[in-house]
Write a protein that binds this ligand. Sequence first.
Ligand code: SER
Length: 994
Amino acid sequence: MIIRTPTTLVQKKFTRSLSKYINPDRSAKAIRQKFLDYFIKDCNHHFVRSSPVVPYCDPSVAFVNAGMNQFKSIFVGHQEPKYKKVANSQKCIRVGGKHNDLNVVGSDGYHHTFFEMLGNWSFGDYFKAEACELAWKLLLDVYKIPSDRLYVTYFKGDEELKIEEDLETKEIWRSIGVSTDRIIPFGMSDNFWEMGEVGPCGPCTEIHYDHLIGSENRSSLINKGLFDLTELWNIVFIEYNRNQDGTISILPKKHVDTGMGFERLTAILQNKTSNYDTDNFDYLIKAVEKICSKIDRYKGMYGEQDWNNLDTSYRILADHSRMVTASLADGIIPEQNQKLRRILRKCFCISTDVFQREGLVKELSNYVVDSLGPVYPEMERNIAYIHQIIDYEEEVYRDLQRSAQSEWGELLKQNENLKFLDVLEAPSLIPAYKDLMKLKPKEINGEIAFKLYDTFGLDRSSIDKLARSLGLPFEEKELQLELEKAKKRSKQKTAIKINTLLYQFQKESVPKTCDTSKYNFSKLKDNYVFEPLHVKVLRIIHHDEIVKKIGPDTFCSLLLDKTNLYSEAGGQVSDRGTIQFEKAVFIVAETENLNSYILHKGFLKCKGTYSLCVDSVGTLSVDEENRMSIMRNHTATHLLNSVLKQLKGATCQKSSKVTEDFLNLDVGIFGPKLTTHDIEEVEYKINSIISKRLEVVTSEINSQKLLEYDDIITVPGEVYPEESLRLVEIKENDEVISREPCCGTHVFNTSDIGNISIIKMKSLGRSTVSLSAVTGLKSKIATENASEISDEVSMLQKTVSENIDKPDVLNIAVASLRNKVIASETLMPIYIKQKCLKDLDDISKRVKNIAKVTLNEFIDMEMQNVLDSKVQTTNSNKQYIIHYLRTSMILENVPLQRATKMCKNIPVMVISYTDNIVQARCCVPKQFCTENFTADKWLKESVVKVFDGYVMNVKGQSEKLVCNMKPKRVNIQDWDFLLKHSMSAAQEFVERYL
Ligand code: SER
């Protein structure tokens, strides 16, 4: 029986074995090593280590998906290879797109998100014949795979691309000894390999393996998705490049790119039909069994036989924990890579829902590192970082789970079909669903699907599931059409923006501006020297129009043949400068880089009526002071970035801004929050690096060299150029303090920064913190301010005791110092600022506490005095008190209950006024209460009425007996009048009703 689909797939009886029983010669480790030894020792290839799984210089793929990715620039002819023949095992990730469907991982034994690809490459060296021979020899002679298990395929040609059938390869296989009935042609989808939508590509020949012993020739079943007849090795003849517009062009040289699935090879050599039964995975399944011993063990079942999905869950965890560990080790941040975040969340969900264990993913990452760390040392090196990010993500996930589940739970009550959707994998399902409910659509047409995709960030499979849950038809094709339309729209938009000027420059064949001189500066003794540059005006632009000449004081742009000014890039602002012409000077306020045409914006200054014409020549000088400040700030930004990483472990730069006045770094911190104490430490560390006078070295490297560095700080998601990539390094002896690819301009020595002060810290969401700092003179001012203000604060602290009888004086001193500290023009290190504010708060508290004691004494005395001599009497001889408690203290609150408490058997109303706030309290003992005379009525008809306030009940007591007026702000100029008025109203009320 032939079983075709993973869901109905029944595997042979479970034959899982553990790695320790595997013949060391056939262990995964030995298999990998044999591959490398064969190519490197026996066949003269050079070892190039695996690149990280995140592509640094290629925006066309989200993850490195093949061994050849790191050699792309060699294939397309942009770079020369260092070695012509290389080999390695490359970490690869395939999670959707052209090469993998994430959803099938776990449901069969051979699809993976993370896998290792064993590859050998020839860069313009050997081609088809040798590539086939090398592969065949390794499989047969080294791995001893019987040839009757193998089939080969080749490209049958394509009419549209006008590529003919690859008969050469067919003949090569025949001459090697493969029988004709095992050499089968296939078309574009199977035998033409492409890296992605664009990039190097070419016909390929594949070697397939038949797991069924003694089977007939099964060549007709190749490429039909059988689990026991699978592709093992792909040998690609890279001859073409797929262009943006879909056409194909011929590459300058022919190359070989091969890739063999290491996990599949291991399964074959260990005689397993599922990769999960080999020692590449079984240690992970075993680890889950050990950690979660209460859960049923793994049985190796698939499809319907895995009725409760338990084995699939084991496999998903085993697969995903490798992917997660590899991605994190290479610095991918889940917050910025939704695929990785989804996979992590799926793991967290399975860990708790199926295996009832929080923290399982982190535990498994240790096992992955144990197994793969010796091959990929970055995993070992970054283990703490990996843990920190997993912990952080799990915490975010659990929080989300709590909040989303309750909201989702409510929605589930409305529509129980929603239970098939996993809101934690895609939390935006909640707003998306609510939005859909408002629309009440009859189908998810292209437009709606696009909104779900674009506004709510749902992917195709979530949209499909949502549509199915709601019973609404959805055609994925329609979404695709909308996406293509959107792509076109955005292209048009950018095209329009730069269109007119650019179009004209290009039409008139104006050469682009050469700006390499922006790096032309040197240091002589202690002085920086910026070379002036002779420049020529190529075009003058005024109000977006090209003009022939321009007069003085008119804002315009000059397009020059070359420039030594920096244009905004990499967060660094553009330079300012001046162009000295024969009879005038042009003040450059800023520059703008328009697709390498650099516009110098500013105006002309001259005496008289001189006009500047096209073709004029002049001398362009950078505003040196301005540039120096920018350079100090930029180098300091690098130091801030690396010191933060060193202190907080898992951090990543989100954005930066470097200007002449300040530097700003927004950084994600995945772990304990940054405290003021941390800031103090960071500032201290940077200042000590500055004082060590370390050299700042800038060099040019290419993308291949970039991959050789381990300790490089990159910006996640940033795409770096393949060539002429500038690397900025600060080292102390051999220790790298900072190493970043960066196109900005930097000082030559850390000591030139002078000093740094971190002056602002702001939280932007859960993980991001925004830091601003100043350097040089501004930092000096900040330090001086800090010491001056700190001195004033401590002086004030010291005088608190001796001025305790003058709380008003102290309060005014605190307020004025506080204003000084928080004033935006006061530059000051943030940690000192916060310390000063805390000290000032403490002083305030102390003054208040002392004032409270004094006030209490005052109230007691005053009320006693009232009781003794100032009790009023009504016409009918009834006694009452209406009293204004006059205090001079600046307090938020006068404790009026203390005053009324002293007047136990007498109706009493007290009023106070401090800090522009009026308060009033009123008590009527029970024996005086009548229908008309109650505390609330008394208050309402007097003070509350006059001040237009509210009566506030006292908790647990009847408002008839006691109530307050809600404190109310009253202007000082109205006070006397209103007080008098309210007191006489109170008196009238008593006279009438008591
Ligand atoms: N690039 C080809 C593949 O990924 C061969 O390595 O299959």
